[in-house]
Structures are given as C-alpha cells and as structure tokens.
Design a protein around this ligand. Structure first.
Ligand code: NAP
Ligand code: MG
Length: 505
C-alpha cells in the first residue's frame, strides 16, 4: 500500500464513541476455525461460548477442535509447507507486506474484536496493539531479501556452506493479553522463514486471530500455510504439542503451561519448545533519579497499563528509603487517573480484566496479600456490583520480598512496594525471584545504571524508561520466564535449522 492509501485507510476510521458503536453493530463475528483455508466446525460438532468481559454477553460460539481436527490440520500444513517453502524469500516477504496493508485497512475492525473478546480499551488496541502488529509484518516482510547464509573462507580444496532451512510445521500457542501482537511475533517470522504455521489462540481471544489469518489468505498465503485451530489448551493445545509431525513449538503464556509443554515434547518427538513465560519484574527507583515525576508516572503505568495483564508488568516497585513516602504517594495519586471504564469508550485507559474468572483470582490474591503482613493502601474493589470484570489498581506497601505478593505473578493491577537502602540491597531483592524477564531502573548516575544492568538477572533492562524497544531489539527471558527470543533477526532463529554442507573440490 502506498503512503497515500495508508492515509485513506486510517482517516476513514471514525474513532468517536459513535464510530465504535456503529462498527460494533456491523461487526461479523467469526464462527469457524481455519483449517486448509476453509472456515470449519469441529468434527465432533462441539463448541464453547465466548463471553465478553466488557458486559458478560455472549459474543459467539467457537469450535472445540478434536484430535481428528488437529490431525487434519497437520496433514494440510505438511502439504502446504512443500509449496510455501519453495517461494523465494522475496515472494514470502511480499505476502507479509500485502498482509500488513490489509491489517491496516481493517485496523478498526481488528481493534474492536480485541476490545470485545479480552477487554482491552479500544483506543489502546487501535493505537498500540494494531500499530505494533502492522509494524511487525512490515519489518519481517522487508527483512525477506536481506538475509544471508554463511560460507567460511580459507579452504583451498573445499567449500563449506552453512545454511538455514525452515523446520516444517510450526505450532504457535498464544495468550490473550495482546492477542494479535503475541500471535504476530511467532507467525510473521515463522512464515517468512518458509514454515507452515498452526496457531492456537487463547480460548478468551480467538476472534482477532481468526480475522488476522483470513487477511493473510487474502494477502496471498497458500491455503494451509497458516491455520487457526480453536479449543481449550488442555485438549486442543495438548494434541498439537504432542503431535509427532510438529517440528517446533513456540509458546507465549504462563510458566505453568510452558513447563507442561516441555513434558509433552519429551513424551512425543522431542520437538524444540521455545518459551516466553511469566514475570514479576522489579521496577527500581533510586533517589538520584533525574526526573522523579516521570519515574512515578511510569511506575503507575507499568502496573495499570492493560490492567496489569503484562508479562513485563512492573509489579515489584523497589524504592530507595529516602524517597519512599514521596514515591508511594505519587504513584497512588497517578493511579487515580486509571479508572475502570467501558473498553468501547475511546476515553477509557483501563478496561476490565480479561474474564470474570480471572478477576476473581486477582481479588483472591489481593485478599491473601492483605493478611500477609503487607499493608493495602487502596480500596481493592470499589465497584463490586458492576456488570463486567472491572477492577481498579491496588497498591501494597511494606511487602516482604519473600512473600507471595512479591514472588507470585498475579497478572493483574496489583503493585507490591518494597524499600531498599543501597545498590547491593536493590540487586539482592530484584534478583530474589524465580522469574527473569525484565527490570526498570531510574537513576542519573551512569556508572550505577551500567552496574545495575550487568547484575540484573533478566532478559530486558530499561534505564530511565519502561517497556521501551523497537523491532530491531530481541525480547526474551531467563529462569522461569523462559528462553529464546522474539523480535528482530534473532526472532527468526527458532524457526530455522542450521545445515552444514562440506564439498570437496
Ligand atoms: P496460559 O494460561 O498459559 O495460556 C496460554 C496459551 O496456552 C493459551 O492458548 C492456552 O489455551 C494454552 N494452553 C493452556 N493449557 C495448555 C496445555 N496444557 N497445552 C497446550 N496449550 C495450553 O496463559 P494466559 O493466561 O493466556 O496468559 C497469561 C500468561 O502469559 C502470563 O503468565 C504472562 O506472563 C504470560 N505472557 C508472557 C509473555 C512473554 O512474552 N514472556 C507475553 C504475554 C503473556 P486456553 O486459553 O484454551 O487455556
Ligand atoms: Mg490462562
């Protein structure tokens, strides 16, 4: 799409409350999975209702894929791999670029599906999730003809080639918190590398994934290069993970399920499993932070954005003792701007949690935290009778670094604040975690910034910012936050396998 066409596509979107309401009444809800390029019911006929956390309404019903459906999808994927892997990288890249244009042209509809299925404020979905998703397809599309293989120099009587080949059938299992971005992080590089992909979206968020895949077919993907199967993790997800003809499994989700996938692999064909898992990220504020107001604002943002349903949520706020009271008061004040509201209201910053069940689990953690010795300084549930899964952010102070509040990933807007005295104590508390995904540090001391970054046992460090990065920088975890990287050229590695060819001349 040309820049002019891009401008047309976005300016026809009416982003007012009325615009979103009109779009909602005209919305077509997908009803089938996408197997072999066709919208398909489950072979058993079984389906499950999809409930919106916005108002508890049933959005639609989605098939529960059986083992027979999974077998059919894998056979179709193997066939499609033969075709797709023989496209030139440039041809595959052009499909991704056309797909990005189609996502952009359907940006409002996709944002709406995300908002309805998992409750993200529609303006956040439109501005942030869709921007990132479009950029991802463009970035990998443009990378297509810039990838090189290797050949070592200096052999007189031989030639050695080090080449990368696609692996075959890739299964991507995605969570619901950023349903499009998390899927695209696997799907775009896996397809660019020439694999056939089967995507299993989270049960809470299949609609946007199905629409995304339809647009991929429109962009020119062969029918089964990307398929989407819906159903529960325990049956559909497990059947995919156990399948002997699946070459690689790429997962984003909870640590518990990630470990289960490793077991499935060991009980089937030993397929490599790449894991982007949970986190309990330390957000560390030193008293020499140059812009303390910005640090406070970001500390509130890092626990409230997406209702705290972020693998990278800054859920452990570590504050130097000398500024503790000022920071805590500031964060509580900033959080007052995060008022739960209708995700379809473009002014809403904080939508509901993703489901009523998840909201009850978060409330249970808050109740348990309140009896753990920490002090809850906010009202946990000011709107208990409201329909929909709404919850305002909670702040605990005096949190013991060994307690459940500081160790367990709640995946909701619950902040645990702990004070520290010096660098050494900050590092000790920060690294006292089974997770190792991300950390934030606020300081104006350059030496301290570098020392902290080196000592933090995490995959991503943000100094004087939080959650920054672009598509060039890899993203991944350590410890129980997983391994393998998404984004950038490193994000392609897991979807290819190295081959050495030695030729005597
Ligand atoms: P989840 O419960 O682990 O589910 C993730 C996906 O796995 C869903 O599609 C789920 O299907 C499926 N699944 C569940 N049990 C399975 C099984 N036994 N076999 C195969 N698949 C199975 O995670 P979530 O609740 O959707 O998302 C929240 C978690 O994701 C948090 O822990 C968060 O930290 C993590 N996350 C990590 C990153 C990262 O990049 N590191 C990014 C975002 C989120 P069902 O929906 O049908 O259960
Ligand atoms: Mg879950």
């Amino acid at each position: 799409m040309t820049p002019a066409a891009t401008a047309t596509a976005t300016t026809t979107d009416d982003l007012s409350y009325e615009g979103w309401a009109n779009k909602t009444s005209a919305l077509e809800i997908p009803t089938g999975m996408l197997i072999g390029g066709e919208s398909t019911a489950a072979s058993s006929g079984d389906e499950a209702p999809l409930i919106s956390p916005r108002d508890g309404a049933e959005l639609g019903r989605l098939p529960l894929a059986t083992e027979a459906d999974i077998n059919r999808a894998v056979i179709a994927a193997k066939l499609s791999f033969k075709t797709w892997s023989r496209y030139s990288p440039r041809e595959r890249g052009l499909v991704l670029l056309r797909w990005a244009d189609l996502i952009e042209a359907n940006r409002q509809e996709l944002a709406l599906l995300v908002a309805l299925e998992m409750g993200k404020p529609v303006s956040t979905a439109y501005e942030i999730e869709l921007r990132t998703t479009i950029a991802l397809f463009r970035w990998y599309g443009e990378a297509s003809d810039k990838l090189m293989d290797e050949s070592p120099r200096g052999h007189h009587n031989s030639v050695a080639l080090i080449t990368r080949e696609p692996v075959g059938v890739v299964v991507a299992i995605a969570p619901w918190n950023f349903p499009l971005t998390m899927a695209a992080l696997k799907v775009a590089p896996a397809l660019l590398a020439g694999n056939a992909v089967i995507l299993k979206p989270a049960s809470q968020s299949p609609l946007s994934a199905l629409r995304l895949a339809e647009l991929g077919l429109q962009a020119g993907l062969p029918p089964a290069a990307l398929q989407v199967v819906t159903g529960s993790g325990a049956t559909t997800g497990a059947a995919l993970a156990m399948h002997h003809d699946v070459a690689t499994l790429a997962f984003t989700g909870s640590t518990e399920v990630g470990l289960q996938l490793l077991r499935y692999s060991s009980e089937s064909n030993g397929k490599p499993v790449y894991l982007e898992l949970g986190g309990k990220s330390p957000h560390i504020i030193f008293d020499d932070a140059q812009d303390l107001d910005k640090a406070i604002d970001m500390a509130a943002w890092a626990i409230a954005f997406n209702s705290g349903q972020m693998c990278t949520a800054g859920s452990r706020l570590l504050v130097q003792k000398s500024i503790l009271n000022e920071v805590v008061a500031g964060v509580v004040e900033k959080l007052k701007a995060w008022v739960p509201g209708d995700p379809l209201d473009p002014a809403t910053k904080l939508g509901p949690l993703s489901s009523e069940r998840h909201r009850r689990e978060v409330l249970k953690e808050i109740a348990a935290g309140a009896t753990s010795g920490a002090t809850l300084i906010t009202d946990p549930d000011p709107v208990p009778d409201r329909i929909g899964s709404y919850l305002q952010p909670s702040v605990f102070v005096d949190v013991d670094p060994d307690s459940r509040l500081a160790q367990h990933e709640i995946f909701g807007p619950v902040l645990a604040v702990t004070a520290f005295t010096d660098d050494e104590e900050a590092i000790a508390i920060a690294n006292n975690s089974s997770f190792g995904l991300a950390a934030g540090v606020w300081t104006s001391n350059l030496n301290r910034a570098h020392r902290m970054s080196r000592q933090l046992a995490v995959g991503n460090v943000w100094i004087n910012c939080y959650e920054e990065g672009d598509l060039t920088t890899p993203f991944g975890g350590r410890k129980l936050s997983g391994y393998g990287s998404d984004k950038g050229l490193h994000g392609l590695e897991k979807f290819t396998t190295l081959k050495t060819t030695w030729i005597e001349l």
